[in-house]
Design a protein around this ligand. Sequence first.
Ligand code: K1U
Ligand code: ZN
Length: 201
Amino acid sequence: MLRRCFAIDRDKPTSYLTDMAIRPIFETPDPVLRQISKPVEVFDDALKALIADMFETMYHAPGIGLAAVQVGEPIRLLVMDLQEPEDPEDEKSPPVKEPRVFINPEIVWHSEMEIPYTEGCLSVPDQYAEVMRPEKIRAKWQDADGKGYEEDMDGLLAVCLQHEMDHLEGVLFIDHLSRLKREMVLKKLAKVRKERGLKAA
Ligand code: K1U
Ligand code: ZN
């Protein structure tokens, strides 16, 4: 079910922000997640409305990233907000909101050096596992108006962008695990789902 809500500033002439919705997130093993997403060619209000819905959906989940295909739209669009604590020394300090949109993203360079990070995914709910990825990347992308950007990234920003870009190729973080680890994660997921089903009954 979609929850409709109003924009914060009702006087703003941004019609696509006035009727944002939390969309259902597709979960593994749904074949929707295995599609190859198509490039975005039209930067219109419908695209901006989808972006607004994706932020609403990501913050509600909650998550730090979301690819359009996860809400059933196989286009090369993803949103992110790492929501890192204001004070890096104090995990409990309020998160800094930094919403970012990446359209038609490409990795133009990556380091040889790979690092591990314990990843999660809203399409593999409540499961976490260590994935190795290049430590540093240089990415280029477009914003919601089609303007181009290029940036060097590392840390969680680089990890999350690579994870979200995998979604555009129909790849999930569990695909990076050994068969044994992947089966363990999927078994745990099935157990959690069964328990939740029993609790809901
Ligand atoms: O489903 C997704 O693609 C979103 C995913 C992004 C991600 C997380 C960790 C490493 C790489 C990519 C998530 O947001 S999972 C949930 C999560 O990590 C989180 C949720 C709330 C607060 C902080 C983190
Ligand atoms: Zn994911």
